[in-house]
Design a protein around this ligand. Structure first.
Ligand SMILES: *Cc1c(COP(=O)(O)O)cnc(C)c1O
Length: 811
């Protein structure tokens, strides 16, 4: 991209407040944290429910960004940069993208539907790339922001676009259609995803079809209702399993082969999948190939090679304390940019290394491409780059600390584990390079049981609770007990990224571990032990002070260390009767703090004992009332302005009107609410998975497991899975109380749960050794498990043993 700033002004209907009209824009950004921002960046200050890009303008100016699209010019910065003032920065971004799209005249495929958009997009890219130079949406960038950013990636060398569009509200698709301007529409299917935003099924269909307003042809599964809604000028190119009036009739012949009848031709294709969704998505792709006039033989050859699409960037523990970011299935310029931003957000070590394969279909010449790649790597402070492939090896050879390999096999042959330690490593390669072999070498070896943590779900849950609060209310996130069992650094990183105000931990060592992982935000230690005070000060951890004796000891230390205004947090006991000052203690407390400048009361708080129990509503209101009165007394006696806070997760949900200045979010962040209605609004965060080790046929009368607790009354088939009470599975869950999921079906637990294993009944479930087993996740939720064994989800989550590997991912 290379556009004069002056030409952009009329496109987005902006008012110009600037001085340098000669600026040329070569990239667009909406993320102030991206290390890719520079003097050629046009920064759109987007404003969301929980976020305002205008906050970061001075920071960006310092980093060299010169051109901004904003709602208003910040007074202090008026003469320091060019400002393009618009009414709505998101609409301006969309208009800009639509304008940019119009500069190019090549076929563009627009994909929408309820499921399968990203898979179909990735497969089409794979199927069509031998003939075309393709620009496609990176990952699943299909939203109001993602689509414009995808389209802006087009350059002169591209000759085919594939963009996906997803909507959840009425009116959104029209804008996406305006930006994508598809010349071929693809409708994957209409399912139930995102139904809430629409009045009816019909409305949803009509809205989705807005993507195709100006598309001459739309590919879809034959459906008269949908076709009736297409614009008169739009032709439907349809397929069907049973309706012979479709242009393409598909008949399933065997488990994997299908007969295709198109015009006068009949042929067979083989698909490498057995599930219905993959079959339908493959057929959608086949339709595009037919529409593009591909020969039968080519279609047959390519479809067999379709592969499962991994859409997530995964964070894994590596050998020698490394952290891995596994993006081993794709390599293109757009997604490299995203992966580098992700690397910056999730690095647990300062040192960053990238292992990168040749990049295909960038649309640039090799020379242009790799000079751009080198610039990108340099801006992102990548210390070391392993390049795999002939092109990258040749063109990146001057990058400092560049290590070339011709092939993945060569890298594997020369691999020395000692060359990797205490660094964050991005592994990113085109599929053909099979970088999964590299991931295997660098990944920490553990057993097959993993707790997968969905980082998107944490963000979603955070935003859900934020939406219950005033925008000015601060947020403390509780990451005690290893982030409620979900992992602390990775979650703390994500929370830092969301600009949370405070982190809360239980003990000093948890806070120290976070500091060592590079977390710089304020951290409160809830149970400070006297012995840890000195270490806390060394690591800038802020103590909860709950009694006069603790305060005296801390003040003594502050004196000894010459501290000035060291932040402390006063805990009041308004009814929980765990820790805290009571009413009778307040005068002494005031006496100790009056005229004391060694410490500063940063916040005053209390904890609710029963915010989740409706019958104790009055009691809770009483706690809040006491908190208000007591904290007011301290504030006026000491003449201070502390942050006041009392609400935990269920407090936010049930008593949001008492949010004071801050809230302390715990379990809700991890996807657990205190009733079914609240749970509905949250996304599941942790999925505990394992695999089947062995399958056995048990004859009538035989027993299974210790103490012969289970006896087969008829012949059954069992599977043994490597997870037991030492992993945190409650033993009380055994003996047919609990169940796990195998291939989406319930398998009850038979016999006693062992230390490291348990046995399940798979008599009526098709499964094999090695198949995945879900212990809890989206279904069954951890709350179900907790209920069966008579405990609370907090206990289950925090008991998952550390030997269970945590794997973090982002969609
Ligand atoms: C753990 C804790 C919280 C968070 O509670 P949730 O119920 O998990 O939201 C809040 N405040 C204090 C003092 C805590 O110890």
């Amino acid at each position: 991209m290379s556009l004069a700033i002056q030409n952009i002004i009329p496109v987005i209907h902006a008012k110009w407040f600037g001085k340098d009209e000669s600026c040329v824009i070569d990239n667009v950004s909406i993320d102030s944290r991206s290390l890719q921002n520079n003097n050629g960046t046009l920064f759109f200050a987007l404003v969301g429910q929980h976020h305002d890009g205008h906050q970061y303008l001075s920071e960006l100016i310092e980093k060299g960004v010169r051109n901004f699209v904003v709602h208003h010019v910040p007074e202090k910065l008026a003469d320091q940069a060019n400002f393009l003032v618009v009414d709505n920065t998101l609409e301006a971004l969309q208009e800009f993208a639509a304008f940019y799209r119009r500069q190019f005249d090549f076929p563009v495929i627009g994909i929408t539907g309820s499921n399968g958009k990203t898979i179909v997009k990735e497969w089409l890219n794979f199927l069509l790339s031998p003939e075309y130079n393709i620009i496609r949406s990176p990952k699943s960038y299909n939203s109001q922001v993602g689509v414009p950013l995808s389209v802006i990636g087009i350059n002169e060398k591209h000759n085919l676009g594939i963009f996906e569009a997803g909507i959840s509200l009425v009116g959104e698709m029209e804008r996406l259609g305006h930006i994508i301007q598809p010349t071929l529409g693809v409708l994957t299917n209409i399912g139930s995803a995102h139904n809430e935003g629409f009045a009816s099924e019909t409305e949803k269909i009509q809205q989705k079809l807005k993507l195709f307003e100006n598309a001459p042809v739309v590919i879809l599964q034959k459906n008269d209702v949908i076709e009736a809604f297409l614009k008169p000028g739009t032709k439907a190119f349809t397929w069907s399993f049973d309706d012979a009036s479709a242009e393409v009739l598909i008949t399933k012949k065997t488990a994997s082969s299908f007969e295709i009848r198109h015009k006068n031709e009949t042929f067979t294709v083989t698909l490498p999948f057995h599930d219905k969704a993959s079959e339908e998505n493959s057929i959608t792709c086949l339709m595009v190939l037919l529409y593009f006039g591909y020969e039968v033989q080519t279609i047959q050859e390519r479809l067999v090679h379709l592969y499962p699409v991994e859409m997530r960037l995964q964070v894994k523990n590596g050998i020698n304390h490394c952290t891995l970011i596994d993006d081993s299935y794709s390599s293109d310029y757009q997604s490299l940019k995203i992966a580098l931003d992700f690397l910056e957000q999730h690095k647990t070590h300062k040192k960053k290394t990238v292992i990168l394969s040749d990049i295909f279909q960038s649309g640039f010449t090799a020379e242009e491409l790799y000079s751009k790649v080198a610039k990108l790597l340099k801006n992102n402070h990548i210390e070391r780059v392993f390049g795999i492939g002939d092109n990258i090896s040749a063109y990146l050879k001057d990058y400092p600390n560049f290590i070339p390999f011709a092939t993945t096999q060569e890298f594997v042959a020369h691999f020395n584990p000692n060359e990797f330690e205490y660094e964050t490593i991005l592994i990113k390669g085109a599929r053909s390079f099979q970088f999964e072999e590299i991931v295997v070498l660098l990944e920490e070896k553990t057993h097959e049981t993993v707790l997968e943590i969905n980082l998107n779900a944490i963000s979603h849950n955070l935003n859900f609770y934020k939406s219950k609060l005033k925008p000015t209310t601060k947020m403390m996130a509780m990451v005690k007990a290893f982030g409620y069992g979900s992992g602390s650094f990775e979650i703390a990183k994500l929370l830092a990224h969301h600009k949370i105000d405070y982190l809360g931990v239980a003990f000093a060592d948890e806070g120290i571990a976070l500091r060592n992982a590079g977390i710089t935000m304020p951290i409160i230690v809830m149970n400070p032990e006297n012995s840890a005070f000195a270490a806390m000060v060394a690591y800038q951890l802020e103590p909860e002070i709950y009694s006069a004796s603790v305060l005296k000891k801390f003040i003594a230390l502050a004196q000894q260390k010459n501290l000035y205004n060291y932040p402390i947090h006063l805990k009041l006991d308004t009814g929980m009767h765990r820790l805290g000052f009571e009413e009778k203690d307040l005068d002494e407390l005031i006496g100790l703090l009056k005229n004391n400048n060694l410490v500063e009361v940063k916040s005053i708080f209390s904890h609710l004992s029963s915010s989740d129990v409706p019958e104790f509503r009055e009691f809770t209101l009483g706690q809040i009332q006491k908190f208000d009165v007591w904290s007011s007394k301290l504030i006026s006696a000491l003449n201070i302005e502390p942050i006041r806070h009392i609400l935990n997760t269920s407090g936010i949900y049930n008593f949001a009107e008492y949010q004071f200045d801050m809230v302390r979010l715990g379990i809700g962040l991890y996807g657990v609410g205190n009733d079914a209605e609240e749970m509905q609004q949250l996304e599941n965060v942790g999925t505990l998975k394992t695999i089947i080790l062995q399958i056995k046929d048990i004859p009538t009368g035989d027993s299974v497991g210790y103490s012969r607790k289970f006896r087969a009354e008829k012949p059954i088939r069992t599977a043994t899975i490597p997870i037991g009470y030492a992993d945190g599975i409650p033993r009380r869950w055994g003996n047919e109380k609990g169940y796990v999921l195998v291939n989406h079906q319930k398998a009850r637990i038979v016999g006693n749960i062992c230390m490291d294993m348990l046995m399940i009944d798979v008599t009526n479930i098709a499964c094999e050794e090695g198949d995945t087993v879900t212990v809890f996740g989206k279904s069954p939720r951890v709350t179900e498990l907790a209920e069966v064994v008579g405990t609370i989800p907090y206990e289950i989550l925090t008991s998952i043993s550390h030997r269970v590997k945590r794997v973090f991912y982002k969609e």
